[in-house]
Design a binder for this molecule. Structure first.
Ligand code: GAL
Length: 348
């Protein structure tokens, strides 16, 4: 009887050890499944960029549950980004999603991707069309850069005509200062050109008091505006900014210099429609902006990068379209106090 009891006990022990082993295996299998999730290598030109932080968030949200992202802050250094690409390739990524630091560096990234046989989705900083065409596994996700400038120009012309008191000296000429984004960036170049061209085409005479780069940055935007106000004071009648980051800096400077009190309104316009800018529009410190749809650009970037990582066609199962330059272009939308809810929704 005792012998039988010992035998039964040992059987129970063996059985529970097997069961334990089984559960270990199960957890290993789960980890393996996680390890097997397709890896996608992503670089952002610098995390410390207001608009790009929303694009990054959207890429992360889109990836949840389907892919493992290796996400890199390139710290505004192309050399750093090149090293990050090498590192991601060695870690076995199946595709690359690259927000270039220097738009001219696309051929370097393409060479690396081609040698590793990897597809690459560039986003936000558009490479030259010929470079994109040189590699059959390269595509772009972004916007049509000129569109933001055109919409901003239309907004400026409409507002100027509707508010004759903004012509402070009553000479019929719109005296403006313009804060440009990063020189050589397709968005900065096109926004600068088209915003001004469109206002002139609307029959408004313009006079450029200042045009300098604020590198998309609000601290630089404030410094520029401080200097321009010291130099030109009330001569300035309009502040045109290539993005909201710089516009926010300009507004801070204007507030500090006594604007927005009685009768000292200064129209400031930007691009992006980031939440902080929408707050300024709601408080009547900012005249308007242009929605740069971070959510959909992030979503499209991930969807294309995921498809090509899985060996599929870039657009498979999506609603995006490619233009003749192998680019998905998410539309811009004008934003003023009248449609602020729409813009708020786009950044949720
Ligand atoms: C632009 C955006 C800017 C800045 C830039 C970075 O599209 O309007 O605010 O984020 O991209 O490349």
């Amino acid at each position: 009887m005792k012998k039988l009891f010992v035998l039964l006990l040992s059987l129970v022990m063996v059985f529970s050890m097997v069961a334990c082993g089984g559960s270990n295996e199960a957890s290993e299998t789960t980890t393996e499944a996680k390890d097997e999730a397709v890896k996608i290598g992503v670089t952002i030109y610098k995390f410390d960029d207001n608009f790009m932080s929303f694009v990054r968030r959207a890429i992360g949200t889109a990836a949840e549950g389907s892919a493992e992202l290796i996400l890199n802050d390139s710290n505004n250094s192309q050399a750093t980004q090149n090293d990050q690409v090498d590192m991601m390739i060695s870690k076995g990524v199946k595709s690359l999603a690259i927000n270039l630091v220097d738009p001219q560096a696309a051929p370097t990234i393409i060479t690396k991707a081609e040698q590793a046989g990897l597809p690459v989705i560039f986003f936000n900083k558009e490479p030259e069309a010929s470079v994109l065409k040189s590699y059959d596994k390269a595509w772009y996700v972004g916007t049509a850069s000129s569109e933001a400038g055109i919409i901003q120009g239309e907004m400026i012309a409409e507002m100027w005509k509707a508010n004759p008191e903004w012509d402070r000296n009553g000479d019929g000429v719109l005296n403006y200062v313009l804060m440009k984004g990063e020189p050589g960036h397709p968005d900065a170049e096109a926004r600068t050109k088209y915003a001004v061209d469109v206002v002139k085409e609307a029959g408004i005479e313009m006079n450029e008091l200042e045009l300098q780069t604020g590198m998309w940055d609000s601290v630089k935007g404030k410094e520029l505006m401080d200097a321009w106000l010291a130099k030109h004071g009330d001569e300035i009648e309009f502040v045109i900014c290539n993005n909201d980051g710089m516009a926010l800096g300009a507004i801070e400077s204007l507030k500090g210099n006594g604007y927005f009190g009685d009768g000292t309104y200064m129209p400031v316009v930007g691009v992006d429609a980031i939440p902080d800018a929408l707050e300024q529009i709601k408080s009547n410190y900012m005249a308007g902006t242009v929605l740069n749809d971070a959510k959909n650009q992030g979503k499209a970037t991930f969807e294309l990068a995921y498809n090509v990582a899985m060996g599929k066609e870039p657009l498979e199962g999506t609603d995006w379209e490619l233009d003749g330059n192998k680019a998905v272009r998410v539309p811009y939308v004008a934003v003023t106090i009248d449609n602020i809810d729409f813009a708020e929704e786009a950044y949720k």
